[in-house]
Design a protein around this ligand. Structure first.
Ligand code: UDP
Length: 240
């Protein structure tokens, strides 16, 4: 009989920072390969995986805006383009180990990737392909965390798995407070009221309104990505 996993379709959010690892370059190929291997191991089990990639390893609109008169919208479009670079790198890595992967961009770049078409994305997933969503939401003033929540809702994925460089959400800043505790679970309410820097407000609110649980976990811990996708307990679970 078919083993039952907690999730059938997941949205994995990989931040740009996580892709950089401790590498001095923008993208650490060891990290993309680790992601590819672990995603491969779960797609073989029949779990459908969509990925939203960030771009903060290359460019962040909000922090670059203002320099030399760069306006926020232009800066954010550069940031969105940065996510496309990460997406293509990750796609190439996945396909190098035999995982069929499609990149869909939120605005048209037809020579390099498909445009985002919801029904087509779902079809790819049903066929066992990994879909990487790039260029965020396609709108300035948003983040790729919000894109993750949005795409998760659109494709009816069951959970946002946020892969980061930290073990999960703490009750205090672990760098400043050595007694800070890693939290197993949290409500959306606690995240927003305590201003825990898990996700921006737009992203967490979108998850809350659509009852999408969020798992925050450390991708540098070998095996964690596969565990998170299979619904094993890792990091912090945020929900109702
Ligand atoms: N961005 C945007 N709209 C979106 C998603 C991203 O304008 O819907 C821009 C924004 O400038 C952001 C950059 O792309 O700083 C990179 O994305 P993000 O900071 O979310 O990446 P991450 O923190 O996950 O690496």
């Amino acid at each position: 009989s078919k083993p039952s996993y907690k999730w059938q379709r997941v949205l994995l959010k990989v931040s740009g920072e996580a892709l950089a690892g401790d590498h001095t370059q923008n993208i650490d190929p060891k990290i993309t390969m680790a992601i590819a291997r672990e995603v491969a191991s779960v797609t073989r089990l029949g779990i459908e995986v969509a990925i939203v990639v960030g771009g903060g390893n290359i460019f962040r609109g909000a922090s670059a805006a203002g320099n030399s008169g760069l306006d926020r919208s232009s800066a954010d479009y550069i940031g969105m383009l940065a996510t496309v670079m990460n997406a293509i790198f990750l796609q190439a890595t996945m396909e190098s180990i035999g995982i069929p992967t499609r990149v869909q961009t939120a605005f048209r770049m037809s020579e390099v990737a498909e445009p985002y078409i919801r029904r087509r994305a779902v079809r790819h997933l049903e066929k066992g392909r990994v879909v990487i969503f790039a260029a965020g939401t396609g709108n300035p003033f948003f983040t790729t965390d919000t894109a993750a929540a949005l795409r998760c809702a659109e494709i009816n994925a069951e959970v946002v798995l946020k892969a980061t460089n930290v073990d999960g959400v703490y009750d205090d800043n672990p760098r400043r407070n050595p007694n800070a505790r890693l939290l197993d679970t949290l409500t959306y309410q606690e995240v927003t009221s305590k201003d825990l820097s898990v996700m921006d407000m737009t992203a967490i609110t979108l998850c809350q309104e659509n009852n999408i649980p969020v798992v925050v976990f450390n991708l540098n811990q070998p095996g964690n990505i596969a565990k998170a996708i299979q619904g094993e307990r890792v990091g912090t679970l945020i929900g109702g």
